[in-house]
Design a protein around this ligand. Structure first.
Ligand code: NAI
Ligand code: MG
Length: 398
């Protein structure tokens, strides 16, 4: 079989370290690939005025599959000040390159799995009957609509007259906001389309079917947000009836779900939600299985097959310049396993996940987060494993 080409997008800060270590693990697991590095992130904003150069978009268009570390974003004023002097006259505005990738390739499906590793000291525990300590085994796959909803960017402060007039056609607007001066209004819209809602629901149901989950839970708020959440739940009911009768459809409200999260997380399988609620519920579940050092994700477009795999953490700039990197590479390594599953290299994915599980279960090699240490350069002296040592331990188990 010919070697695959994977686009590596290290980005900024610890994104670079965790991606490098992950490629070491992939090589050791005998995944045969060539990696081409794509330019993305803060340096390219500073020097070229564009954190996502066209050449990077072209690379992904060509090779389709990317591993992404993390990028640094900074507030508007700082972004401007750090821009090369000759670019400061050009009226450039910084926007996040990962959001840019999402939009350019319509990576509308975001999958964030959260699985408990036995022996992880960060696992959620609770008290059961008689005061016994229980450690529920979490295995959920959260499907988050990645391009619409409250993060769709359609918003105004002091909206244009025509928008205000349109709002004034709604009786509830007239009743609750009709007397508020226009310039005192900020409006963020929550737009769902049938097409994207259908795609995220189908992705969720198909995942449940493929991996044997018994239920799909729509986690929204259809009793209050009747139009958007309501549409999603109704479409889920129709889809379940027509195409997935063997899978149970559950319906939870986002607020209640965040409470049940710690009560009975082991009961949930696949969860599907719009953009913002998907973001919230996936962070909630990630907290039960170890947090940012463990939270992996995929973003993809089922039609084009273009997919980007990344840890959900950011570039953690405060750790970026440590002589020995201390951050946990597992979230990035797990993200690469999602990539392997996506391109049907399931055996290699299984092998790597088993090696990670073995290292965690053995408990000898733990990064600072797993030891609940405050993140500082001296954690290595205090017995925490470095990023590279964690990768070495995983490689040794392969
Ligand atoms: P962050 O995720 O970079 O770091 C928050 C804290 O989480 C860190 O200080 C550290 O204590 C912990 N942490 C993160 N990754 C870890 C790992 N692998 N192992 C152990 N501990 C880890 O979020 P923060 O500090 O809010 O943002 C830093 C920069 O990253 C910002 O510029 C932000 O815009 C960007 N960012 C980028 C994302 C992306 O590339 N997708 C996502 C989130 C933030
Ligand atoms: Mg988030």
């Amino acid at each position: 079989m010919s070697k695959r080409t994977i686009v590596s997008l290290p980005g900024d800060g610890i994104g670079r370290t965790v991606l490098e270590e992950t490629i070491r693990v992939l090589d050791a697991a005998e995944f045969e690939a060539d990696y081409v590095e794509g330019d993305i992130g803060w340096d390219f904003w500073r020097t070229e005025g564009n954190p996502l150069p066209q050449r990077t978009i072209d690379l992904l268009e060509k090779h389709k599959i990317a591993l992404f570390g993390a990028i640094t974003s900074k507030p508007k004023d700082e972004a401007f000040e750090e821009l090369a002097p000759e670019l400061q006259e050009k009226g450039l505005v910084y926007s996040s390159p990962i959001v840019g990738l999402r939009q350019h390739f319509n990576l509308d499906i975001c999958l964030r799995p959260c699985r408990t590793y036995k022996g992880n000291p960060l696992n959620f525990i609770r008290r059961g009957p008689g005061g016994v300590i229980e450690e529920p085994e979490v295995d959920v796959a959260i499907f988050r609509q990645n391009t619409e909803g409250l993060y769709g960017g359609v918003e105004w402060s002091d909206p244009p007259e025509i928008v205000h007039e349109a709002l004034m056609t709604h009786p509830k607007f007239v009743k609750n906001f009709g007397k508020t001066p226009k310039e005192e209004l900020s409006v963020s819209t929550r737009i769902f389309t049938k097409k994207s809602t259908e795609r995220i629901l189908r992705a969720a149901f198909e995942h449940a079917k493929k991996y044997g989950y018994k239920s799909v839970t729509v986690c929204e708020k259809p009793n209050v947000i009747r139009e958007t959440s309501g549409m999603m739940y109704k479409m889920a009911q129709q889809m379940q009836k027509a195409d997935f009768p063997e899978i149970e459809l559950w319906n939870t409200n986002i607020d209640a779900q965040m409470m049940w999260l710690t009560k009975n997380p082991e009961n949930y399988g696949v969860i599907v939600a719009g953009n913002m609620f998907g973001d919230i519920v996936s962070d909630g579940f990630a907290g039960l299985i170890g947090g940012l050092g463990f939270a992996c994700s995929a973003q993809y477009n089922p039609d084009s097959g273009i997919a980007v795999f990344e840890p959900t953490h950011g570039s953690a700039p405060k750790y970026a310049d440590y002589e020995t990197s201390i951050v946990n590479p597992i979230a990035m390594i797990e993200s690469s396993c999602m990539m392997l599953d996506f391109i049907d290299e399931n055996e290699i994915a299984k092998k790597i996940r088993k090696a990670v599980a073995d290292v965690i279960a053995e408990g000898k090699v733990r990064t600072y987060d797993m030891q609940k240490m405050p993140g500082r350069a001296d954690v290595i002296e205090k017995g925490a494993a470095s990023t590279a040592e964690m990768a070495d331990a995983i490689i040794a188990k392969l």
